[in-house]
Ligand binder design. Structure first.
Ligand SMILES: NC(=O)c1ccc[n+]([C@@H]2O[C@H](COP(=O)([O-])OP(=O)(O)OC[C@H]3O[C@@H](n4cnc5c(N)ncnc54)[C@H](O)[C@@H]3O)[C@@H](O)[C@H]2O)c1
Length: 364
């Protein structure tokens, strides 16, 4: 099986590549990424050593030839959170919505059988009336969430015109250690704060609901989507599990419980957080019983803690560091490496693509 994974050089990508490599040993993995965070490594080993070919390309520029012989596409490439969506609203739509649909069209035209889209539960936005099901109304409050809603609508339409089986996995907020670690995610941030300052400062009053999922459990869901039964050409599905619907204050308390001596500050006077939702995962449980999340919250906290320790992390000023994605893009623009459309301006952007494809030999 030949699998293209876009956005493989991000936070979630390394876990996905590693899992697919373990589970589908005879597959060929082709990574496609523009490398915005290529230098943001938190492990000595380059995660790309597990792909067969790494193509450095912008997903806005993909050409039909790239899809020749590809059986499945796992589409992770995106401007992947709300703060970046605020700063890069137009680009977020271009990449997350328009380039996603173009990628899917090219894939379908080339006879790709499966398309797995990394969608997001953030499209539920603010929801007071119980856990959100896939059929409930959406309430996207940010450019990022709107881009995922628009992409899903377009993918649904593509599935009616083609034979490609499309799965939009509406992921909960990710957590866990990665070879390209991010500290702009709530649980990762709390553990980093506890490690570097001895405190967890909750910016809200701690009441918002936020479903979470570990990156390795995201990878297991993607494996399921590559093989799911074919009765629906298009399926949008919440990915996570009931037990991982946490309030933010519970996440802070879990970090405190795992790291004795850590204090938790709750901002009781904070204005209500606009984003709060619980999510119903019944559909995922019934369709994917063998690919349910396995990680527990204490195990996730330990994973983040241990990974950060081994990486030598101790920067109390990490919110200004390259471990926060918006900082990386902003600095890339300020230093003249990226333009305002988040495209490379340095010489890599003008080299022909075949000079940018890096065949990688895997160890036997
Ligand atoms: N992290 C989460 O909490 C979470 C939750 C739900 C869904 N998702 C989705 O999962 C996917 C992966 O998330 P992540 O956390 O790894 O994001 P990330 O920002 O860490 O990585 C995204 C990758 O996409 C690449 N990319 C961005 N724009 C590109 C472009 N124009 N062309 C080619 N490559 C491009 C980047 O270089 C990066 O390597 C995203 O689609 C995201 O929206 C993430």
């Amino acid at each position: 099986m030949n699998i293209m994974i876009t956005g493989n050089m991000g936070y979630v990508g390394p876990a996905v590549v590693s899992h697919i490599r373990q589970q589908l040993d005879d597959c060929t993995i082709i990574g496609v990424d523009t490398g915005l965070f290529g230098h943001c490594l938190t492990e000595p080993c380059l995660p790309e050593h597990l792909v067969d070919v790494q193509i450095f390309s912008d997903v806005r520029d993909l050409t039909p030839d790239l899809f020749s012989g590809i059986d499945a596409v796992i589409h992770l490439a995106a401007i992947s959170n709300d703060p970046m969506g605020v700063r890069f609203e137009k680009v977020t739509d271009e990449i997350n919505h328009r380039a996603t649909l173009r990628t899917a069209e090219l894939a379908a035209e080339s006879g790709v059988g499966r398309f797995v889209f990394a969608s997001s539960c953030s499209m539920y936005g603010y929801a007071e009336a119980g856990a959100r099901r896939e059929t409930d109304p959406l309430n996207p409050l940010t450019a990022y969430a709107r881009s995922k809603v628009a992409a899903e609508a377009g993918l649904r339409d593509i599935s009616t015109r083609t034979n490609m089986i499309i799965t939009a996995l509406r992921f909960s907020t990710a957590c866990g250690f990665s070879g390209r670690m991010r500290l702009d995610l709530v649980l990762n941030d709390f553990v980093a704060s506890a490690l570097s300052t001895g405190r967890v400062s909750v910016l809200s009053d701690g009441s918002p609901w936020r479903p979470l999922i570990h990156v390795r459990d995201m990878a297991r869901a993607i494996e399921w989507a590559l093989q799911r039964a074919e009765h629906d050409g298009f399926l949008a599905i919440n990915v996570g599990c009931e037990e991982w619907n946490y309030q933010v204050r519970e996440l802070a308390e879990a970090v405190k419980a795992a790291m004795p001596g850590v204090d938790v500050d709750i901002n009781a006077n904070a204005p209500p957080d606009k984003r709060s939702y619980r999510v119903n995962f019944d559909l995922f449980r019934s369709l994917a019983p063998d690919h349910q999340p396995r990680m527990t919250l204490p195990a996730a906290v330990a994973d983040i803690h241990d990974g950060l320790m081994v990486s030598g992390f101790k920067d109390a000023n990490y919110r200004s560091s390259d471990l926060v994605r918006l900082n990386v893009l902003t600095r890339g623009i300020e230093s003249g490496l990226l333009d305002d459309d988040v495209r490379w301006l340095d010489r890599r952007s003008v080299l022909p693509r075949d000079q940018l494809s890096l065949p990688l030999r895997r160890e036997a």
